[in-house]
Design a protein around this ligand. Structure first.
Ligand code: BTX
Length: 326
């Protein structure tokens, strides 16, 4: 926590009551000038204060940001989100996370940005990250598991986000599209990108990249995405306070990744299949090498999608783009 965060925390918990500069200075053991400077910074960041005569400052409004100070108000996690690296603009939160891992960032460290200039999906595809309207974050986790288990964390994360959506919103039902998308009414609202830093037999860290469209209106998306993408606000029918939902997602992610590490894939698989829009459907899977058509029958313990082809043969797919067939 920086001094500025401490000051912010007091205002956020003051429930609209004014707080005097002198009280802040005394409690935080710094000069009034120092307090004044931090107040100027907060104002520049978009916090609005009213000066109440003889009583101090009153917090009027909070910018729609997802920074550390605000996030801590809502979090009930043990590790996830306890360290947050917040940026206005980055190329990609994944790149920042790679650097932080080299510097020893602890389990649960979050990198979050209002805007990405080079957000990316799988295979270096672009991920559109409109300023201030989505959740663009990478969660660094350090589970004690073997490298071959890394892909399961994409499924764990999908379950965690879907469960967080179900508890936060009421007007839609999210669906998981194997392996890494969450759709609402058939349109993509969330993408997950799991990367790994590993030694031969042990994971050093996983980078769970999460992109969630939250407050976009349809014409905020570039034209080529308008028919395939959607946002939570569009589907819920009202704007969403991002910081609150980020806290819910982190809580859910901590819960389900701990569940996976402790008890294995059983519960996750069940929840995944319940929310899956893929299982039981006819699909066309395009991998780097081939195209497989058939009925998606299940996912295995290791997250492999099994497709029953027309000739009855079952084929396991590790990575592909999936298209639902009529
Ligand atoms: P993906 O490869 O499955 O999906 C990428 C494809 O999705 C694109 O080719 C495009 O068609 C479509 N797309 C691009 N942007 C959007 C969007 N905002 N909404 C809906 N569809 C879109 C999915 O990869 C994984 C994305 C992870 C993004 C996070 S954001 C934080 C972190 N940092 C980073 O650079 N990536 C991750």
């Amino acid at each position: 926590f920086t001094m500025k965060d401490e000051i912010l925390k007091r205002f956020l918990t003051a429930e609209g009551e004014p707080i005097s500069g002198q009280v802040l200075a005394d409690e935080l053991n710094v000069s009034r000038t120092a307090i004044w400077k931090h107040m100027q910074t907060l104002k520049q960041e978009g916090y609005e204060f009213e000066t109440v005569k003889k009583r101090g400052y009153k917090l009027l409004s909070v910018p729609d940001k997802v920074d550390m100070g605000q996030l801590q108000q809502f979090l009930t996690t043990e590790r996830y989100g306890r360290q947050v690296h917040y940026y206005e603009t980055v190329e990609s939160t994944q790149l920042v996370a790679h650097e932080l891992i080299r510097a020893g960032a602890p389990d649960g460290t979050v990198v979050i940005a209002e805007h990405q200039t080079a957000g990316r999906g799988r295979m270096m595809r672009e991920w559109e990250s409109t300023e201030g309207q989505g959740i663009w974050m990478t969660v660094i986790i350090r589970p004690d598991v073997a490298p071959h288990q890394a892909p399961q964390f994409t499924l764990v994360t999908a379950v965690a986000i879907v469960e967080a959506m179900k508890s936060s919103f009421k007007n839609f039902t999210p669906e998981i599209k194997w392996p890494n998308d969450i759709l609402i009414n058939g349109k993509k609202t969330t993408g997950i990108l799991t990367e790994m830093v590993a030694e031969a037999d042990r994971i050093q860290a996983l980078l769970i990249g999460i992109g969630i469209n939250v407050n976009q209106k349809i014409d905020d998306f570039p034209e080529q995405l308008q028919t395939i993408a959607t946002s939570i606000a569009i589907e819920e029918g009202e704007p969403v306070e991002r910081v609150h939902f980020v806290a819910n997602v982190l809580e859910s992610l901590e819960k389900y990744s701990d569940e996976y590490v402790k008890n294995g894939f059983g519960q996750i698989k069940q929840l995944w299949e319940q929310s899956s829009g893929t299982i039981g459907k006819r699909v066309k899977a395009t991998t780097l090498r081939e195209v497989v058509e058939g009925e998606a029958v299940s996912i295995t313990e290791s997250g492999v999608l099994e497709i029953r082809q027309a000739n009855g043969e079952i084929k396991g797919i590790y990575s592909a783009d999936i298209e639902l067939l009529p």
